[in-house]
Design a protein. Structure first.
Length: 106
């Protein structure tokens, strides 16, 4: 994933869900709820993306329980927020340009 490329929908929603500390299953639930069930992250997709985001420095491990490998909480970093904001700006531009097309008619 190139820093200048658009975010995938999964990455976008993972970063959005991680605006506060949250564990993996919580991300799955929150994304499904935010999208009305349209986006369902499978564990493989989620944890692959989390590892990529950790490597990139866009997510950080907030806390982990020593007795359970499943109880890790993640949180977006300042670099992740910057990437998210850049994606929001890109999406706003796309929407504004699309609306121009609608205004011009057929």
């Amino acid at each position: 994933m190139d820093k200048n490329q658009p975010l995938t929908e999964a990455i976008f929603y993972i970063l959005l869900a991680a605006r506060r500390p949250i564990h993996g299953y919580g991300i799955i639930q929150e994304v499904a709820e935010m999208t009305g069930g349209r986006v369902n992250l499978g564990p493989g997709t989620l944890y692959g993306a989390i590892n990529t985001l950790l490597d990139r420095g866009w997510l950080e491990l907030y806390s982990a329980q020593d007795y359970s490998r499943k109880k890790k909480e993640y949180r977006i970093t300042p670099a992740g927020r910057a990437a998210f904001r850049a994606e929001m700006d890109r999406l706003r531009e796309l929407t504004a340009n699309g609306e121009k097309m609608e205004e011009d008619g057929p």
